[in-house]
Structures are given as C-alpha cells and as structure tokens.
Design a protein around this ligand. Structure first.
Ligand code: WTA
Length: 648
C-alpha cells in the first residue's frame, strides 16, 4: 500500500453523510433553466469532450479579444507542459478594463467596497481603469518592466486589486502573499520570486483591531534584501516607519505627474507568465504555481459565465480574499472580463455582530454570494434569527468552495439564506486548476454535499491505483485525463517539481493527479472526500504539514515534528502536532504555548496547531519518511492498515 491510500478516510463522518445525501435531489426551477445564460449546458457537456479544442476555441473567440489571433488552440508537443492559444497576443487588462471604457460600461460600477469600519467606496469601470493606468505608470517609473516580479502583501482593499491589475497591465508578474502570512513566509516567497518591488499597507482591519502589515513587511525585507522599493498604501493611518530611499507612500506617488491616467497595456504572448501564486504541497517549501496570460483568462471567464450565470443586472459577491486563487480568478479578473459589478467587504463576517454579512446582502442588493463552508458553518452557529432579520430576497444563486461542504451546512445555506429559491454551486477546484473544475451550473440538479459533474470540456474521473475507473461509490484517486486552458503551466523555477507533483502518479497514462480522493455515485455525481497527501485544509485555507513541521523544528527545543489534519466541526480540519524534543527538554503546557507562538511568527495564525503532543518517537518507513497516515489513524481510532513498510 502506498502512503496515498484512498481508503484511509480523512473524515469518517463524510462517509455517512454521503450515503445519506446521495439520493436527495434538488431540481432547478423551470424559470432558472429558461433564464440561464447557458440553458443547454447539459447537452453541451455531452459533446464538448469529443472535441475539447473546438469547445475552447469557441470560448476564446466569444469571451475575450486578442491583439493578434492564435495559430493553435492546444500544443501538446511537450507533455505535460501543455501550451494553449500559441501565437496569440493578448493582455488580460485589455479584456478586463480597456475595452469596456469604450462602451456604455464606462459608466457601470465595476466595484463596490465596504470597509469593516463602514467606509464605502465605489469604482465605475472608467474610474478603475484610470486608477490602474495611474498605478501602472507608477510601477513603470520604478523600473518595473515586462517579466519582472512584483510581490503584493496587503489587506482586503480595492488597492490590492488595483496593484494586481496594474502589474498585469505593464506585463509584469504578480505574486500576492495573503495578508495573514507572517514575515518568514513572506520573506521566503519574496526570495523565491526575486521581487525587487513590494507593495503593502500600513495596516489592515480585522475584527475592530489593526494588524501592522508594514512591520511584518519590514521584517520580511530584512530577511530577503532583494527588495529595493516598497510602496505603502495607507489604510489604517497607524504609525509606521518609512525608510528613506526605499519606502514610498502610495498616495504620494499617485499624486506625482508620472501617475498619468493614460497607459497602454503591454502586448503579451498567450504563454507569457501572468502571475505566481504560492501554495502548499506535499514536501518542503511552498511552490509558486504559474499561470499564463491567454488560457487562464479564457478559462476563468468561461467558468464564471457558465456556473454563476452572470448577467449585467447582477451584483456578484465572492467573499474570499484576493490573496488566494479564488480571489485572483473570481474577484479580481473574471468579473471584470465579463463586465460585471462586484461587491467586496474588508472584514470579518461576524463583526461587529453575526448579521454583518446578511446586512450587506440587503444593503447592496447582492444577487449571487460565493463563499466557503467554514464561513457558512461559522454563521450557522449563531442561529438563523440573525439572517432572518434581513431581506435576502435579492439573492438568486449561492456558491461554495474550498473544502467539502457537509450536507447539514448545505441545507442550512439553502433554506435559511437562499429561502429554497437559490441553487448552490459547489465548485471543486484548486490553485493549480485556475478555475472551477467539478461544479454544477444553475441547470444541473443538485445533491447536498456533491460538487456534481465535471465542467464542460473537463475530463475528470475517479480511478484506482492501476488507473482503472472505480465502481460507483468506490473511493479512489481524483484525476483529470485531458488538459484544459486554465491549468498551471509549471512550478516557478522548478519544472521537475511540477512533473513530480502532478504528473508522476499516473505518468503512464499522462493524467493530472489532483491530490484528492473522491467517489462517483450511481448517477455519476462526484463526491470529494479530501486530500490524500500532506496538505491540510484549515478553514478552507491550504497548508502543508511540511511548512508547519519546519516551523516547529526551527525552534531550539524541537528535534523532530510531524503534523496531521484532524476533522473539526467548524473549521473542517485542525492541526495536531507531534514533537520529539531535544534531550534535556521537558514538554509542558508552557512549552506548547511557546511553540504555538513560534508557528504564528514563522508561518501565520492559520497554521497554529490546535494541539501539540510531546512524544518519544514517530512512526517512520525504513527509508525514514514519517508515516503521518498512521498517526492520523491512531488519533481518529481508525484501522491502521498495512504497516509492512514501518521501520519499527
Ligand atoms: C479542496 C481552492 C471539496 C480540495 C479553490 C482541493 C474542495 C483543495 C472544494 C484546493 C470543494 C476545493 N469541495 N473540496 N468544492 N474546493 N477543495 O488550492 O481538497 O486552496 O484539492 O484552491 O481544496 O485548495 P486551493
């Protein structure tokens, strides 16, 4: 048995839930079907797989403009390094902004933002376009050019989107680091991307308090001195130290004559890099997933249009953070490509009271809300009275992402928030896939807790170790058998790692392995079970055991460490750590608290283990690899399976 075993359930409860919800169907209303942007979706799904190139060619023609047409849709001559739309010239900002300001959309709202403190800001397409142009000129004046990398570390403010859009406009490559990461995590990402420019904020608001992002950024820059300039957006107006000759205020730069509101978008090749986004994997340091200019934008525009059925009158709220792939694809880029109006909220869903989100839905007339199961469970805990105080009748569609949604949370979301009128789009996808992969659209009948069917043109399956398809309700490896335009192109600076991580498990067949286990039921519906590797989803955030473990062993008292994810009612999973201490050190509550604090500064608050156990030894294979699977089985009281590779 390999270390990846689909039969070791990350969560035994999921098994019971799936069996109970499998035959519960929610058919779309006739009205939903007849009003859908793509009403014949199910029929289209049947034919798209016969010729994926024709399907994506049509989307690339219909949804985006090209400066120069591509000569090939798919180039598979260097598998698994697929190329899409080769020869095509494009810039995502042309499609997201430049083209809209020449139409009636110039006056349409692109973005509505509310701060945690109640401040409101709105951007028409015209204003957003001008702000992006101005900041693009600022970046140019700082020497940023095509192909350079720019690291962005900010709170949830419109300027984070503006910074990303401006970077793309000048043809540079952004690497956004989520504002919840610590200095060490930020430093290693800056180092890996070799960014000379860092964009940050003085601080960020969270639950009525400010987090001093600039201080963290300063520490990170100390650790990775490659940074030459730091641009600081003023959000909280707290005191920060500005280093002369290195640090510049955003508002001061934007008031200089160089910040002109006219800026041409750089002409990019379809396969030029667009951004790097670091994400956790099985081993070692986080990997920089690379997405490129052409295929990515076609893919995210098509998936958003089909799945969330966006129309001009909609107000779309993707309640994620721009710093994660969900934010990149479905807050920053695709809503703009489709010319939609987005809403964004800065703070915590229950601040100052648990009705904050529902009051925002009512106040702004949100029509589509897309969030994570952990947020739904968190708000569900407060009871339905908080939601019932508000008129939520503007909503017509709901969405979920990030981890399996348990049927109980699904039903609550459907009944209390959607008033049984709003289909729920449970979208399964990954940083690496760029956009939605297994997902319903409004016309697909739903089952609570199932992401339903692969998207049109996506050839996903659940297979056994030998590649044969699993029987209905048999757990197996979730794979994708044909390429798609939004797929990651490589790991930044480490192509071997890309091959090894995603293409090695099923190299004979040439399939992409997702790292997830899943099953299909008798109707062909997909039920995601969870990660099979050493990735842990905590509140929907993706963390690697390796990151937390290396933070633990970097403490002077710890000799070895192993971490596992343990199912948790609210957060999906929490982290349990097992530490072997150096000789002479005794484990006690005080040390556990110190180690938690240490993980907080090394990785960030989301990575802090909920429990630290001090142990004398860890189960290992004869080649010295820690068998986390055994630790997990033990904690969960599951059978420990095959132990023939265990050393001791
Ligand atoms: C998990 C987030 C079940 C899955 C967009 C995947 C999900 C990992 C779902 C990727 C879903 C995401 N149902 N599981 N709807 N969506 N996942 O890269 O384990 O942060 O492999 O991308 O999240 O996490 P990532």
């Amino acid at each position: 048995m390999s270390e990846l075993d689909p039969n070791v359930h990350p969560d035994a409860k999921r098994e019971t839930e799936i069996l109970a919800a499998e035959s519960e169907m929610y058919a779309p209303s006739a009205e939903t079907v007849s009003n859908a942007v793509v009403p014949d979706y199910l029929a289209l799904r049947q034919t798209a797989l016969e010729d994926i190139e024709a399907f994506w060619d049509a989307r690339a023609t219909e949804l985006v403009d090209w400066y120069e047409p591509y000569d090939r849709v798919l180039d598979d001559s260097a598998k698994p390094f697929y190329k899409w739309f080769t020869g095509g010239k494009i810039n995502i900002i042309h499609n997201a902004l430049d083209r809209h300001v020449k139409t009636w959309r110039k006056n349409k709202l692109a973005l509505i933002w509310e701060g945690e403190d109640g401040e409101q800001r709105t951007f028409s397409y015209y204003r957003l376009w001008q702000e992006v142009n101005r900041f693009a000129n600022v970046l140019k004046s700082m020497g940023v050019k095509k192909g350079d990398t720019v690291t962005i570390y900010m709170g949830r403010v419109p300027e984070l989107s503006i910074a990303m859009l401006a970077t793309a406009k000048v043809g540079a490559v952004h690497s956004v680091v989520y504002g919840g990461f610590s200095e060490a995590a930020l430093a290693s990402r800056i180092e890996d991307a070799q960014s000379k420019v860092l964009i940050t904020c003085d601080g960020a608001w969270l639950r009525g308090k400010t987090i001093n992002l600039k201080d963290i950024a300063d520490e990170a820059v100390k650790r990775s001195p490659v940074v030459q300039s730091v641009i600081v957006y003023q959000r909280t107006k707290q005191d920060v130290r500005m280093e002369q000759g290195r640090d510049y205020w955003w508002h001061e730069l934007m008031s200089l004559p160089i910040a002109s509101p006219k800026c041409e978008s750089e002409v990019m090749d379809a396969e030029d890099p667009l951004f790097i986004l670091y994400t956790s994997g099985t081993t070692g340091r986080p990997k920089g997933i690379l997405h490129t200019c052409g295929g990515y934008q076609v893919y995210i525009a098509a998936t958003l249009q089909y799945v969330f059925d966006l129309k001009d009158e909609d107000r779309w709220w993707c309640a994620a953070d721009q710093g994660w792939i969900t934010g990149h694809s479905y807050i920053v880029y695709s809503p703009l490509i489709l010319g939609s109006t987005s809403f964004m909220y800065e703070g915590s869903p229950d601040f100052p009271y648990p009705n904050r989100w529902w009051s925002l839905v009512e106040k702004y007339g949100i029509t589509i809300l897309y969030t994570a199961p952990t947020a739904i469970r968190g708000l569900m805990r407060y009871g339905e009275a908080w939601a019932n105080r508000h008129d939520l009748s503007s909503l017509r569609l709901l969405g979920s992402v990030g981890e399996p949604i348990n049927p109980e949370a699904w039903r609550w979301y459907h009944r209390v928030i959607g008033k049984e009128n709003c289909p729920i789009m449970d979208t399964w996808w990954q940083t690496e896939t760029g956009g939605f992969m297994i997902t319903p659209t409004p016309v697909v009948p739903l089952k609570p807790g199932s992401a339903t069917l692969p998207f049109t043109g996506i050839d996903a399956d659940v297979v056994r170790e030998d590649g044969t398809s699993c029987d209905p309700n048999e757990d197996g490896y979730l794979v994708v058998k044909q390429p798609w335009p939004g797929m990651a192109r490589t790991v930044w600076g480490d192509p071997d790692r890309y091959v090894e991580q995603y293409w090695a498990e099923f190299s004979k067949q040439g399939w992409y392995f997702t790292g997830d286990s899943a099953r299909k039921d008798k109707d062909g519906y997909f039920w995601i079970i969870g990660r099979m590797d050493d990735v842990i989803k905590v509140s929907g955030y993706r963390l690697g055991t390796a990151e937390v473990e290396s933070a633990l062993v970097s403490h002077a008292d710890v000799a070895e460490a192993a971490c596992i994810g343990v199912p948790d009612e609210l957060r999906g999973n929490v982290i349990h750590a097992f530490c072997i201490l150096n000789t002479g050190v005794t484990g006690n509550d005080g040390l556990a608290a110190t180690l938690k604090q240490h993980v907080r500064t090394e990785v960030g608050p989301i990575a802090v283990p909920s429990q630290i156990n001090f142990v004398d030894s860890l189960p290992k294979t004869r080649s010295g690899k820690i068998m986390r699977r055994l630790l997990k089985a033990q904690v969960l009281g599951q059978p420990i399976g095959d132990t023939s590779t265990l050393a001791d």
